[in-house]
Design a protein around this ligand. Structure first.
Ligand SMILES: [Zn+2]
Ligand SMILES: [Zn+2]
Ligand SMILES: [Zn+2]
Length: 264
């Protein structure tokens, strides 16, 4: 069995949002505090980070992340890559492979060009080994299936491992991707708020997308400050819950046919 731990479940601003005095941002309910969306997959021997947002350092301290086998990115936006400079201490002993679509890797390269410049600095540089993926790939002893989804006009990646799928920042799931989701039991999927949005699923849209999969349990992530946990949770259909920071989901990483590929 493997464990998916949600390191953050908040949208790009994080909750509370700076300068906001709304009921959710000032709520005493700790379930309304959300770091930027990211997750960790842990097996007996390996640790795979999904997205490395601006809260990565804080998340690593909170959850005791002391080493990473590999990193995989869903897409190129700042709330998913902003913590890449924080990887320096965790890549001291050798490069950590960074799996992403060619476009995401290109944006990482241009956003943090100093990391890839090869020029030494006083404190050293994060050691990263970018690897482009677009098909099932063996990563950290797991078989990682990229799930192409639309994020507004951008084609980005969700990922499937075994009987679990993790999709963030989607606004549309193509038919071909729904067939890649066949057989999943657990789904983490983004839902920004009640009101529709151009580049993110609303809660209703995420619930409808989940209903088209085989998942028996779904958690909604990448939530904004218009979502009060208690109030929204009470309105969700059976089998769908709001995610919270720190949530652990146990799943079977071998439940989907393994493929041959490079390891790393
Ligand atoms: Zn995002
Ligand atoms: Zn607010
Ligand atoms: Zn995004």
């Amino acid at each position: 069995m493997a464990l998916l731990r949600l390191l953050g479940t908040g949208t790009s601003d994080g909750i509370p949002m700076l300068g906001c005095r709304c009921p959710v941002c000032t709520s005493a309910d700790t379930r309304n505090r959300r770091l930027r969306t990211s997750a960790l997959v842990q097996t007996q021997d390996e640790t795979l980070l999904i997205d490395c947002g601006p809260d990565f350092r804080q998340q690593a301290l909170l959850y005791g992340i002391e080493r990473l086998s590999a990193i995989v990115l869903t897409h190129h936006h700042a709330d998913h890559i902003g913590g890449i400079p924080e990887l320096r201490p965790l890549s001291k002993t050798g490069p950590v492979s960074l799996y992403a679509s060619p476009h995401t890797n290109a944006v990482v390269h241009s956003s943090f060009s100093y990391i890839f410049s090869g020029k030494p600095t006083g404190g050293g540089l994060p050691k990263l080994n970018p690897v482009n993926i677009s098909s099932p790939t063996a990563v950290a002893g797991l078989t990682l299936w990229p799930l192409p989804v639309m994020h507004g006009e951008d084609l980005i990646h969700g990922y499937r491992i075994g009987d679990m799928a993790y999709i963030t920042d989607a606004s549309y799931i193509p038919e071909e991707t729904l067939s890649l989701l066949r057989g999943i039991k657990y789904l983490v999927i983004n839902a920004l708020r009640e009101k529709p949005h151009a580049t993110h699923f609303s809660i209703q849209e995420a619930c409808a997308a989940a209903a088209r999969t085989t998942a028996s349990q779904t958690w909604l992530t990448h939530l904004c400050h218009m979502v009060d946990h208690a109030q929204t949770e009470a309105s969700l259909p059976a089998g769908i819950s709001l995610a919270v920071d720190g949530l652990e989901i146990e799943f079977d990483e071998t439940a989907f046919p393994a493929i041959r590929g490079q390891s790393g």
